[in-house]
Design a protein around this ligand. Sequence first.
Ligand SMILES: CC(=O)N[C@H]1[C@@H](OP(=O)(O)OP(=O)(O)OC[C@H]2O[C@@H](n3ccc(=O)[nH]c3=O)[C@H](O)[C@@H]2O)O[C@H](CO)[C@@H](O)[C@@H]1O
Ligand SMILES: C=C(OP(=O)(O)O)C(=O)O
Length: 439
Amino acid sequence: MSSLRITGGVPLSGQVTVRGAKNLVPKAMVAALLGSTPSVLGNVPDIKDVAVVTNLLALHGVTVNRDGADGVLTLDPSNVTQARHADIDAHAGDSRIPILLCGPLLHALGEAFIPDLGGCRIGDRPINYHLEVLRNFGARVEKLESGIRMSAPHGLQGAKIDLPYPSVGATEQVLLTATRAEGHTELRGAATEPEIMDLIAILQKMGAIITVQTDRVIRIEGVPELRGYRHRALPDRIEAASWGSAALATGGDILVAGAKQADMMAFLNTYRKLGGGLDIQDEGIRFYHPGGDLNPLIVETNVHPGFMTDWQQPLVVALTQANGVSIVHETVYENRFGFTRALNRMGANIQLHRECLGSVPCRFGQRNFLHSAVISGPTPLKATDINIPDLRGGFSHLIAAMAADGVSHVTGIELIKRGYEHFTDKLAGLGADFDLEDR
Ligand SMILES: CC(=O)N[C@H]1[C@@H](OP(=O)(O)OP(=O)(O)OC[C@H]2O[C@@H](n3ccc(=O)[nH]c3=O)[C@H](O)[C@@H]2O)O[C@H](CO)[C@@H](O)[C@@H]1O
Ligand SMILES: C=C(OP(=O)(O)O)C(=O)O
């Protein structure tokens, strides 16, 4: 397990490049299973979640060839086969993606098995919406000791589905199942994140008929066959925002090449109100600390087009340096503030509350979840030893260590490789002072 010894106090300055979005690329890879011919996906980052899905697809007979330099994947689904449960379980890693293989495998093989899911430990993260959706399409769902087995002996039929919450994964579940189902599907309460729209674009390239209406309604007309696609994945708006937060927290200046303004509007507004400097260009976005005080803010996470939940953890580190009291109301996950314990050990002043401290409708009020944070600043941060808890909390710990006075020892950095491509190379390129230790 690798660890980092980070000497803080160095402003991060320079340029990084973000490539394909962690929250789109693995789904696009799964979509290739629906095609009768090979697909080609470009702008693919070298991250662990892509490696996990590559292995899972290979277990099911899909050949995945990668042109490493350009990040181009060629996926050939012509020999799809059922994989052994034990093999799937061993390769599922800490990814959320296996659940999305169900629809395509049910179409291709009439059966599917998914292991218990991984992903960031930021709440219970049930899959009840997914299972309900698949039952609505006609799948039989059986809970096993090690996961869930599904079958669709009579194929899959279009359905009317109303999601209780605009779940990204459940929306993807519907899209990946309905496009080849018999008949029409109407989805109400759909998520509309940029990554969802990019997946819809991919499916349309394959021959799917998908209409995105107003008020989160999506209609899909099932077709008997889909063909392979050629697509360049949209950039990772979460990694871009993470580097922006790092620039502010360390007093630096980072040009994020590839960052796409249209996907980050809510983040950019918040960044500007916080007092961060922005230079929005066609090829990327420059994030910088302009000097002077940072302004305290009230930030409420929400589904798109609101402030994305994955943006909040790195931004909280910058809020610890704002001149006053800030509030973050996390309305998407019930347990996403565990990472603040390490920040408080470093000298931050973050108090967690069970109340909804904001006006965004939230499922967690009065349910004993510490899902609102009150952050008092500015507080100088002191170096400490940190073990990374999850992907975004881990990146926030890296930012804090780089902003802190002294030498921090950060372990468990493998988790960060799930969603940040070559992040130690990028940190070195930005002037960070650290040593990588392999244990
Ligand atoms: C791999 C990937 O794309 N991950 C993203 C995806 O996660 P993921 O798709 O897992 O997130 P969802 O949008 O489904 O989850 C949102 C909320 O719905 C709840 N829920 C979800 C499904 C379900 O069956 N039952 C249920 O109750 C979750 O517990 C959570 O409280 O969207 C999240 C919200 O933008 C992001 O933070 C994740 O980075
Ligand atoms: C929660 C996240 O990822 P996942 O859903 O893959 O755990 C994230 O990217 O912040």
